[in-house]
Ligand binder design. Structure first.
Ligand SMILES: Nc1ncnc2c1ncn2[C@@H]1O[C@H](COP(=O)(O)OP(=O)(O)O)[C@@H](O)[C@H]1O
Ligand SMILES: [Mg+2]
Length: 508
């Protein structure tokens, strides 16, 4: 073989080897690391969202791919990542290990237990960012998800697979409404996931205790990213909750309920990360993709078609407003993404209307079709009564002489408002709600003093459960309200009321 050819051959093999070295460009170097954000050079083939490994089994996820460098957020122990350290591609995106044993547990967004009850056995891994099910994989929302609150189940009903926003200032009962809804699922088979973002640890401890007391912890998973946790942890928490719910929805064909408490803090965490990455700030200093952040999270809620197993994910995102301002950037975004919203108002709350739902501006765009028939029938009448009340209430303040009809409407409205009040942790089964609201709508409660209404309601329901179990049973199973049943209930209520008010019956 001529010398030239040998040289050429050698060169060719060398070049081939060189290429393989170039292809394995899987190791880079840290240029800078501060506040949980690392700038990395090299890794030319890395992709957005990929998990990177740093020395000491520390991981980070890629947020920005720039021409010269990669910006990544470090998930844990970010202070241990030093400038000049190596960084490796892992070839996969961030995933979360999931399994049935997570039920009843409190975990952090990395999946580590926080309740000191030992390690959790997991079965498989699900990607943190998953695409939402498409149109053919879905089904319309048809099955109700009862919150146990009369005002919500009657006027802003939620269906399984729906996304209903709970919005209001601080201390207006947002968390209580969501947690009571979880408690109300203790016998429904619905798996609940409560995601705490940026809350005090003591709040989460209290909440866990509450769920345990009401025997609802067994069906619940709590994901805690406290205020003291790094922004990236708070950013990841809702996605982790959503991913775990997807596991139960797709794999175990379960109905699931996810509470994101709250997305205002989630948005703030994302803003912090974005500003540290020097992404250009937009309105209220939020990055341009803040809308996409929440829409891709909430779009994953769904009612699946039978072919997909028929499971569902209902999402109850919570937004905390400042001074009832719902026109701020994040609230308007989330309002437009969800299928309706429950407005809780500080004024109502402070005047004793609890739950402080403003029924005039709260809506549920899909839940109505999921309501049981009996409830749908009577709640329509109540909605009208309340609307008339609101209209007349404002106007009655300026006028001393009111006609009879207006007075009647005012009285009825006040009674309805009173009837819809409900203490926390006291959910009512839907059949009881129907009886109660029916009594109000049919003017059977007009002679009960308002301040004794709740007492009467409790006594009445107890009486009916004890003596007319068949009525309750009919509601529970048939879920319809026939004329005969209505008349029977009226008679029962009238009889009971006579005794209760201690009015001697006049013999005729
Ligand atoms: N329906 C209710 N009846 C009585 N107290 C309530 C009710 N809802 C909420 N509360 C009380 O009001 C306070 C604030 O409620 P919380 O749910 O923590 O508000 P938020 O989450 O909006 O800040 C809590 O002490 C809670 O127990
Ligand atoms: Mg709260």
């Amino acid at each position: 073989m001529p010398l030239a050819e040998i040289v050429l051959k050698n060169l060719q093999t060398k070049i081939a080897q060189l290429q393989t070295i170039a292809e394995s460009d899987e190791v880079g170097a840290v240029l800078e690391s501060a506040d949980g954000i690392a700038r990395v050079r090299g890794l030319s083939s890395a992709v957005n969202g990929e998990l990177l490994e740093f020395p000491g089994k520390i991981y980070g996820t890629i947020f920005n791919l720039e021409k010269e460098e990669i910006i990544c957020a470090i998930l844990e122990n970010h202070t241990k990542v030093k400038e000049g350290a190596w960084v490796k591609r892992t070839g996969h995106v961030v995933g979360i290990k999931v399994g049935k044993d997570m039920l009843g547990r409190v975990i952090n967004p990395m999946g580590d237990p926080l309740d000191g009850l030992g390690s959790i056995k997991t079965e498989t891994s699900y990607p943190l960012e998953n695409s939402a099910p498409g149109v053919v994989e879905r089904e319309p929302v048809r099955v109700p998800l009862q919150t146990g609150y009369k005002v919500v189940d009657a006027l802003v009903p939620i269906g399984r697979g729906q996304r209903e926003l709970i919005i209001g200032d601080r201390q207006t009962g947002k968390t209580t409404l969501a947690v009571d809804t979880i408690i109300n699922q203790k016998d429904t088979g619905v798996v609940s996931i409560y995601v705490a973002v940026g809350q005090k640890e003591s709040t989460v401890v209290k909440l866990r205790h509450q769920l345990e007391q009401h025997d609802a912890l067994k069906n619940t998973i709590i994901i805690d990213a406290p205020a003291s946790a790094p922004a990236i942890t708070q950013y990841l928490a809702p996605f982790v909750g959503c991913t775990i719910a997807e596991y139960f929805m797709y794999e175990l064909k379960k109905d699931t309920l996810v509470v994101y408490d709250d997305l205002s803090k989630h948005a703030a965490a994302y803003r912090q990360i974005s500003l540290l990455m020097r992404r250009p700030p937009g309105r209220e200093a939020y990055p341009g993709d803040i809308f996409y952040l929440h829409s891709r999270l909430l779009e994953r809620a769904a009612k699946l078609s039978p072919a997909k197993g028929g499971g569902s994910m209902t999402a109850l995102p919570i937004i905390e407003t400042q001074g009832s301002d719902i026109s701020a950037y994040v609230p308007t975004n989330v309002i437009s993404i969800t299928d309706g919203q429950i407005f809780l108002e500080a004024d109502l709350f402070n005047s004793g209307v609890r739950p402080a739902v403003n029924v005039g501006i709260s809506v549920s765009r899909v839940g109505g079709s999921a309501q049981i028939k009996a409830m749908r029938r009577i709640s329509g009448t109540m909605r009208i009564d309340l609307a008339q009340y609101r209209e007349k209430e404002a106007f009655s303040m300026f006028s001393s002489e009111l006609d009879k009809e207006t007075l009647r409407q005012l009285k009825k409205g006040a009674l309805m408002v009173e009837l819809l009040k409900q203490d926390k942790n006291k959910p009512l089964a839907v059949e009881d709600q129907v009886i109660s609201i029916y009594a109000g709508v049919k003017d059977l409660l007009t002679d009960i003093p308002l301040e004794r209404l709740s007492e009467f309601e409790t006594a009445l329901l107890k009486h009916i459960h004890a003596n007319y179990a068949d009525i309750v049973e009919t509601f529970r199973t048939k879920k319809e309200f026939t004329r005969e049943l209505g008349l029977l209930v009226q008679e029962v209520i009238n009889d009971f009321k006579k005794d209760w008010l201690n009015v001697p019956t006049v013999p005729n």
